[in-house]
Design a protein around this ligand. Structure first.
Ligand code: ADP
Ligand code: ASP
Ligand code: MG
Length: 405
């Protein structure tokens, strides 16, 4: 089999952990005769530190990629050295050496193409290629990064380009849970999940997999597994599967709860929707929470990553001075909660509204789709909201109801 293995920040956080991960590659895959390509993240905390330097610079520029990509440069080579020390020749590849070409958006580039020829040559020669996650280069040779958590997307892109049999994502938890297990200790492991449900969880803030990696895996049918680099337990398989409905018609079938805390809500009073075009022209990604009114008097509510809050605020101020909008307010004291699952029906909506009401959790904006209910609340109420919803939607007597067959 041909497999792609990705090791996240905690799995490569220091030299002993890199040696441990390299040993795992050999023991679990290479020794059984599999061909392996490895993708590494930066050491845990390193990208945050690099990001901190850029925050102090207070600019969003083309140079950012060179700074942010530095973390993966170190771990990729250290992993290649570790594998070679264990008796298996390995070679490191930075994004530009593969090459992985991307679009040009600073800090949020998208992969255009992976040219996997050099990686294939390595595999054919019995050498283990170790590819730096999170980075690529533009057509005109600038270094880019793929957005936070982007090594997952690198791994899936390499798996797609190699037509790999599967892609194993090694991290610090042993699978995908019904809520972030670091926040909700009673969260349960989900052993199998469809691409669609996983995409909804990830795009709603579950950082266990970058949403774009799930989207890419879904599009190219890449079998994904999420596993712990530290304990040998069955993980979560993300694949093409029928989305489970409740065992009984009227039973709620909720897959999990995800949240975003690093966000800001923007409320704009405008004459028209043109303000959205201005945001897009300024490369500001946003989620539209609500829009109502008509030409002449429109209210628009948006959610943006905190990274963009200052830029949106100054744009709003400029537009207000130019009388293109009548008001624009950025609220940084918010968080978003999403409940994902196939059972999003009237009963589910009633339960969620009731739980928020009983716990005095403010609901500032509510949106409902086939697979998801999302709402915005205040930051101080975030943990209470997650706990209250998880306790009610995943009662303890149901423990283990999603075990593998
Ligand atoms: P890595 O560096 O390995 O990519 P990340 O920190 O990006 O690791 O992702 C793993 C983290 O995702 C876990 O430590 C956990 O706190 C968080 N997480 C959020 N939601 C979930 C979830 N539903 N299931 C499992 N982990 C989750
Ligand atoms: N090192 C990058 C980050 O922290 C990419 C990744 O870990 O996936 O976002
Ligand atoms: Mg990650």
């Amino acid at each position: 089999m041909l497999v792609v293995l990705k090791f996240g920040g905690t799995s490569v956080a220091n030299v002993p952990r890199i040696l441990h991960a390299a040993q795992l590659v050999i023991d679990k895959y290479v020794r059984d005769g599999n061909q392996v390509a490895v993708v590494t993240s930066a050491m845990a905390g390193v990208t945050d530190q690099l990001n901190g330097y850029l925050t102090q610079m207070d600019a969003l520029t083309e140079e950012d990629g060179v700074v942010l990509a530095a973390g993966e440069q170190v771990t990729t080579a250290l992993m290649a050295i570790a594998l070679t020390k264990l008796g298996h020749v390995a070679q490191s590849f930075l994004g530009w050496q593969v090459p992985i070409t991307t679009s040009a958006q600073a800090r949020n580039a998208h992969i255009v193409q992976v040219n996997a020829e050099r990686i294939k040559d390595c595999l054919d020669a019995g050498i283990i290629p170790v590819v730096a996650g999170f980075q690529g280069l533009t057509d005109d040779g600038r270094i880019t990064t793929l957005g936070r958590g982007g090594s997952d997307t690198t791994a899936v892109a390499i798996a797609t380009a190699l037509d790999a049999d599967f892609c194993d994502i090694y991290t610090d938890v042993d699978g995908v849970y019904t809520a972030d297990p670091c926040i909700v200790p009673t969260a349960r492991k989900i052993y199998e999940i469809s691409y669609e449900e996983m995409y909804e969880l990830s795009s709603s803030g579950a950082k266990i997999l970058q949403a774009r990696s799930v989207e890419l895996a879904m599009r190219h049918n890449v079998q994904l597994r999420v596993l712990s680099a530290f304990v040998d337990l069955p993980g979560t398989s993300v694949a093409n599967k029928q989305i489970e409905m409740g065992a009984q018609m009227e039973r709620l079938k909720i897959t999990g709860i995800a949240h975003k805390h690093n966000v800001a809500k923007v409320d704009i009073e405008a004459m028209s929707m043109d303000v959205l075009l201005t945001l897009l022209e300024n490369a500001i990604p946003f989620e539209l929470l609500a829009q109502y009114g008509h030409d002449g008097a429109t209210h628009i509510a948006l959610l943006v990553e905190m990274l963009y809050a200052d830029k949106v605020e100054s744009l709003c101020n400029e537009l207000k001075s130019a009388k293109q909008i009548s008001d624009g307010v950025v609220d940084r004291n918010v968080a978003a909660v999403s409940i994902v699952g196939a059972g999003i029906d009237a009963t589910a909506i009633q339960s969620i509204i009731r739980i928020c009401h009983e716990n005095n959790i403010p609901v500032m904006s509510l949106s409902i789709s086939n697979l998801k209910i999302s709402f915005v609340t205040t930051k101080p109420n975030l943990e209470l909201a997650i706990f209250a919803l998880h306790t009610a939607l995943f009662p303890l007597e149901e423990k283990g109801y999603r075990v593998p067959d």
